[in-house]
Design a protein around this ligand. Structure first.
Ligand SMILES: C[S@@+](CC[C@H](N)C(=O)[O-])C[C@H]1O[C@@H](n2cnc3c(N)ncnc32)[C@H](O)[C@@H]1O
Length: 281
């Protein structure tokens, strides 16, 4: 496990994923009944953008920094995302220097009745996450394999919830594991909401994943994809997507509104966005 998210925190892919995450949890929160948020690959929780890894790649400059600097009116999903980021820091300077990870964003959106489980295998990232979420109520940080956690925590006692599955894709077999994990999780908790982040790079394994999910009979599968350049370039990360199973009502429309604007902000000359049902109702 060599992957360290500190090199990539706040990049375009984090922005796409976290805009989706905020909109999904807002959607679940429309009802008062509690939800469980399960983060299978949680990372460190908060990233210092002045740190050597973040400065080395500078990826956040082509991600969150562009969104913060965007002028003109933004669609509600983007303003909401920026407001949640803002509420996590006390001063503008702090906001500029830090970027929250998915478990911290979820913790910010959790109501007193909601529950969080965040899994992270890397010992250093796990320690940082534990520190980041310390003192928050109804929040468990587990040094546990995220795929095993899907089996351990689903179905949740709340009978409502979101699982974010955001692996590092270091292992070429990741797409195969993902297909199995999602199909198994659906068997245990078919009404749950699932969000799976994926890179747009080599699209063969991704096409295989989509095919397997369709063949397994999974329904209400929505893909949210943003490309920085329209044409696939072999082996080069040129975009990313989030596959959402059972999105809350209104999520698809919100993203259809927000994603083209985000694509123009992140890649003004070549960015494209697509929000499509892979398998509808
Ligand atoms: C892409 S990062 C997570 C970023 C985070 N979800 C966010 O949006 O802020 C992936 C994380 O998964 C961790 N990881 C890798 N394999 C894992 C596994 N099998 N179970 C749990 N965590 C794992 C890595 O150490 C890394 O911190």
């Amino acid at each position: 496990m060599n992957y360290r998210h500190a090199f990539h925190a706040g990049n375009f892919a984090d922005v796409v994923k976290h805009v989706c995450l905020v909109a999904l949890l807002r959607g679940l929160s429309r009802k008062d009944s509690p939800w469980l948020y399960l983060d299978t690959h949680a990372g460190a929780g908060r990233y210092d953008l002045r740190s050597p890894p973040a400065q080395k790649t500078g990826e956040y400059r082509a991600g969150i920094e562009l969104v913060r600097e965007a002028t003109g009116s933004l669609p509600p999903a983007l303003t909401d995302y920026l407001e949640v980021l803002g509420a996590l820091t006390d001063t503008a300077a702090q906001q500029h220097d830090h970027y929250p990870g998915s478990p911290l964003l979820a913790a910010a959106l959790a109501r007193p009745q909601d529950r969080l489980v965040a899994c992270e295998l890397n010992p250093l990232e796990h320690a940082a996450l534990d520190e980041c979420l310390r003192g928050r109520q109804r929040c468990t940080v587990a040094r546990q394999d995220g795929y095993q956690a899907l089996a351990a925590y689903l179905p949740p006692r709340e009978r409502r919830g979101l699982a974010l599955i955001d692996p590092p894709y270091e292992d070429p077999r990741e797409f195969t594991r993902l297909a199995k994990a999602l199909i198994d999780a659906h068997r245990r908790f078919a009404t749950g909401c699932y969000a799976l982040w994926y890179p747009l790079k080599d699209e063969g394994p991704l096409a295989g994943l989509k095919r397997q999910l369709k063949t397994a009979g999974l329904r209400r599968l929505l893909t949210v994809e943003l490309r920085l350049t329209p044409l696939p370039q072999g082996g080069i990360l040129h975009g990313c997507g989030v596959l959402v199973m059972n999105p809350p009502w209104g999520f698809a429309d919100q993203l259809r509104d927000a994603l083209p604007v985000l694509a123009r902000i992140l890649a003004p000359d070549s960015g494209t966005a697509a929000v499509d049902w892979l398998v509808p109702e």
